[in-house]
Design a protein around this ligand. Sequence first.
Ligand code: UD1
Ligand code: CA
Length: 467
Amino acid sequence: MTDLHVVILAAGKGTRMKSETPKVLHPLAGRPVIEHVLATVDHLETASTTLVVGHGAELVRAALANRPNLRYVVQSPQLGTGHALLQAEPILKDLKGDVLLLYADVPLLEPGTLLRLLETHRGTKAAMTVLTAELADPYGYGRIVRGADGRMERIIEERDASAEQRAIKEFNSGIYALSLRKLFNNLNDLATDNAQGEYYLTDLVAMYRQKKLRVESLCLDSADELRGVNSRQDLADLSLIVRQRKNRLLMVGGVTMEDPATTYIDADVTVGADTVLGPGVRLEGRTAIGERCRIHAGSRLTNVAVEDDVVVLDYSVIVDSRVGQGAQIGPMAHVRPQSVIGPAARVGNFVELKKTTLGKGSKASHLSYLGDAIVGEGVNIGAGTITCNYDGEKKHTTVIEDQVFIGSDSQLIAPVTIGKGAYVGAGSSITSDVPAGALAIARGKQVVKPEWATKRKASRPASKDGL
Ligand code: UD1
Ligand code: CA
């Protein structure tokens, strides 16, 4: 759709959040609240998107630095919604078409709803079209006052309303389509003769009616999409709705969830068909899971790319990493950022990886720490192996080439390289490079003193409790 200019109001303080963070930056299903609104706008064909910022303006800008096409206008002080839109005048005044006015704190709106609003607006050649819905008790919202002919006459704010008007169930969502023709002339004529002494955008309705300009409305069947984030309670309630929507979509796409109610999947996550997610699984950020995977109970994956047929056993944590096809991880593994787990590799219980590449088919099955390591293919890392990567000042790299066997309880003191096919004897502390094909043993030689223990026992009187 050309000549569609989106304006998003985001200047308000969000007092009820009781937060240092601007309310539109609070995460909702892994994205800042405002990113949900922007994602909806992404579905529309727009000529421009302008954000009206005020409180926390710099923080909001910084958080949206990844969207270079956004325009910003600053509203300071905040004198009401009419005043907020007026700030976009320098950007929009000479343009044709329509403005779609959105709130940055109303994140559940669907693109289809906005398209319907625009259809109504353009189809009727209205000057203003208001998105509305009904609630049994629309406390706090502006009410839609209609005349005997059913046409909207005005919007009256809660604080300015009579008891009779407060009984009206149809409320103003605050979302509008507005023709740009003379919009700013009219906005400049708004007055502040109301309970809050603000410039009410809602007063345009009565003004337009008086000027015989067409005002239309679209009344939604459900008010759910219009819900805003004003408090932490709202944040939790809306998170639940977003999460349920996401889970439903994934299940439609062929994902099994053993307990959807405890499965937390962020908005941007993808999961392939025939993957099974256990109870209490969290998939966060930009995580992408392949097909036929099994992610067992209580595991958390944040920004992880997982190929097909991967098994993650219970209570594993994987962050900012990649996992190759058919790999198996956990239970209780910790894979820290910048790790790459190759196809068919295994990372077993109580194994921690950090910035480590584990080649195809390599295994670290038990109780290990591998940090800053480059591990080739077909390597076997014995239980309790530790890369000593930190000397107190710097991190050093351990290189373990293909087909190496590291015996249990070895320490690899980096920087160090274990050459292709080499063996390291169990319990070794390896301080220098091991050539390919060699065996390195670096541990105290065993001393055996025959009868030593038996004699010692005989020379001491037995204690009362037999110890
Ligand atoms: C407004 C509407 C009301 C509607 C309600 C829906 C007016 C006068 N009233 O109420 O009819 O039912 O929204 O939620 O428009 N904002 C600014 N600058 C300002 C004031 C507000 O950017 O000076 C932004 C806020 O950040 C928020 C949005 O506008 O995103 C709505 O403001 P809020 O104060 O929540 O709405 P009301 O004015 O109470
Ligand atoms: Ca207000």
